[in-house]
Ligand binder design. Structure first.
Ligand SMILES: *Cc1c(COP(=O)(O)O)cnc(C)c1O
Length: 420
């Protein structure tokens, strides 16, 4: 089940053993964290190459170091593939990850102290959308919208009212715990009304967009920010995309504004992931991710679970465990012992604390990458149900039984990149 790492095993057996242990964990558990996935063996290989050895500050044809004959082509491939896949005029593939990509957007379009607007973190937004503990909330004046308590959906009247009153320079849409389709045209109209730059942060759903399973923010958003490692199934990294009019501002913000040399091994792996995402099989994958999430949501509702917004349109389900009288963290830790990996999460209007919230967040990108289909979702819901019940009763035996059942199913569905 673990992969050979001959050089690593010889040079550093202690670290090699840890990598092997992680491979085993990823192989035998049911990974339901919606921001995670399994990259292909090709993406893994590309991210572990000698491209690691090269410094290439700047952009193709305008580098500050010599010897870029190959690197320029690697980055050029990644950029061209991003532009083709998402239908955008400009793509920057250098941001180290989603958070620095978003920081570059601030640098491009706002001055410290300016007002910016995003969804509140406890409502499902991201730290980098102006939340207080983040640099984006300390250096900018963040105003935050949420979802309605009765529907769990964004209230566009509230968003418009807040935007027109506060006049933000930048409006972020997108988040980390939104189970429903994002209405990009509605956000675009509000951004136009108040003269803000609209940023669609599609980190979670980029793969669904690429695969045609979620509407595209093109042409509605001025800037599209995304990680490459969630549903897009690439290496840990990020991209910023836009129309040509914003290309210079974004490029300058990423380098030299915020970063030094790009991580070329990651750029190469992004190029591979974008190639994979342009294949017909990836469209099937994206549709299956959504179909699996819908089926799982149905199966959970059948078992009496309370889902924020009543279900899902995408890859993600936010479960409010309040009616089950099991706190999110207790459930998450018990499920982990049962071989089911989730994260505890706040739910909108959560009366509990962020570090000990009422909910858990789950998703289907990883299990779909392993070939599980809608026919397996009743079993997954059943394990979650039994796991949450066992968590409430501290029934370790029940958790061990689930763990064995999970491992058996997962062994029949080898993980991409781990199949050896
Ligand atoms: C994951 C995520 C990010 C941040 O990405 P990192 O790579 O973890 O820095 C930003 N925005 C959204 C909406 C995300 O889901």
């Amino acid at each position: 089940m673990t992969l050979p790492h001959p050089a690593l095993s010889a040079a550093d057996p202690e670290l090699a053993a840890l990598v092997g242990a992680e491979e085993q964990l990823q192989a035998e558990t049911l990974r339901l964290i919606p921001s995670e996935n399994y990259v292909s063996a090709a993406v893994l290989e590309a991210s572990g190459t000698v491209l690691q050895n090269k410094y290439s500050e700047g952009y193709a044809g305008r580098r500050y170091y010599e010897g870029q004959q190959v690197i320029d082509q690697v980055e050029g491939l990644a950029v061209a593939r991003a532009k083709a896949l998402f239908g955008v005029e400009h793509a920057n593939v250098q941001p180290y990850s989603g958070s620095p990509a978003n920081l570059a957007v601030y640098l491009a379009f706002a001055e410290p102290g300016d007002t910016v607007m995003g969804m509140a973190l406890p409502m499902g937004g991201h730290l980098t959308h102006g939340w207080g503990v983040s640099a984006t909330g300390k250096w900018f004046r963040g105003v935050q919208y949420g979802v309605r308590q009765d529907t769990g959906l964004i209230d566009f009247d509230e968003v418009r009212e807040l935007a027109l009153k506060e006049r933000p320079k930048i409006i972020f849409c997108g988040g980390t715990a939104l189970p429903r389709t994002i209405d990009f045209p509605a956000f675009a109209e509000i951004a136009r009304e108040c003269g803000a730059v609209l940023v669609a942060d599609v980190a979670h759903i980029a793969g669904l967009i690429a695969g045609g399973a979620h509407p595209s923010p093109v042409p509605h958003a001025d800037v599209i920010s995304t990680t490459t490692h969630k549903t897009l199934r690439g290496p840990r990294g990020a991209m910023l995309m836009s129309r040509e009019e914003h290309a210079k501002a974004l490029d300058k913000a990423v380098f030299p504004g915020l970063q030094g040399g790009p991580h070329n091994q990651t750029t190469a792996a992004i190029a591979v992931a974008l190639h994979e995402a342009s294949q017909p099989s990836f469209r099937t994958y994206a549709q299956s991710v959504v179909a699996n999430a819908r089926a799982l949501a149905e199966a959970l509702l059948d078992r009496g679970f309370d889902l924020v917004s009543g279900g899902t349109d995408n890859h993600l389900i936010l479960m409010d465990l309040t009616p089950k009288e099991v706190p999110g963290k207790v459930a998450a830790k018990a499920l982990d012992r049962a071989g089911i990996v989730v994260n505890y999460n706040t739910v909108p209007y959560d009366p509990r604390k962020p570090f000990d919230p009422s909910g858990i967040r789950i998703g289907t990108p990883s299990l779909t990458s392993r070939g599980l289909g809608t026919e397996h979702m009743a079993a997954v819901a059943d394990w979650i149900d039994r796991g949450v019940t066992a968590a409430g009763k501290e029934d370790e035996e029940a958790l061990a039984t689930i763990r064995a059942e999970v491992a058996e199913l997962m062994s029949a569905h080898p993980a991409p990149g781990l199949a050896g």
